[in-house]
Write a protein that binds this ligand. Sequence first.
Ligand code: AVI
Length: 333
Amino acid sequence: MPDHDSQLASIGFVDGVPLPPPDSRDVALDASEVLAGLTAPQKRLSPKWFYDQRGSELFDEICKLAEYYPTRTELAVMRKHGAELADLVGPRAAVIEFGAGSNTKVRLLLDHLIEPAAYVPVDVSGEYLAQQAEELASDYPGVHVQPVVADFTQPFELPEHPVTPETNLVFFPGSTIGNFTRAQALELLEVMAAEAKPGGGLLIGVDLRKDPAVISAAYNDSRGVTAEFNLNVLARLNRELGATFDLERFRHEAVYDEDQGRIEMRLVSTCAQTVTIASVDVPLEQDEYIITEYSHKYSIDEFRALARRAGFVPARTWVDDDILFSVHYLKVQ
Ligand code: AVI
């Protein structure tokens, strides 16, 4: 198994922006990476640390919230257009999922595809990956399930299968691409194009630009689940690194910047205070904030242009009736 620490280092901060391996569960905290983010001029924490046990439960709860439209809308779009997608992809595809998220979406995909040959979930969190893969393997005996423990932001070796698949289909649902900056997203799409190989494709869910009020509500839900999800990362730092965050002295904030087309999630210090992390004192002024996540939104044309730059040819884009969310199928020629 590849060394976990070196993988984590390679998915650390790029240009001062924390790279998330989103939907990864239980990515270990790295004290020096945490401190680098919290002592930078603009304080940051990587969204990859949201997903401890509690954070993963809270994220699952977010996905069911009335205001959080992406999950149910993407599932509805995939359900509605699954047969058309299957025809476009063709038979005996190997599905390569970047990040091992919930099994619901890949099940839906495998149920529609024509004789899917293989399923390759790729994630840094080996334990979670193995558990998810085991469940899928028993329910889809005809599909060769072969998890790969790797940092998917870097090129990785694809496994051999007992029967050679006819095509590769990279799968990246959930608009997780939005948690990367646009420059990082381009690099990630390039890795995806390389893994899909000529003749292969990418099926990706992308949240759309829309009425800012709708986007803002999705990240500022009335039940406060997103606030709890955001604050939970501080509880995790206290528990795992012995940090001294008082959760009562921080509040959740999610601001939509329409020009940038992105939500910026923050933890705002409600008073002047000093927090200690791994024996390092970190002072915060009143109203100073820590950025914990970006969630970028794209227009259809904007996303297609980005994908083209990465070597894809857009084949088909599906959206829901309210044009909230897009699912793109793109090919590598
Ligand atoms: C995982 N990711 C696509 C979610 C998003 O919408 O950016 C994470 C999330 N953050 C707050 N709510 C959901």
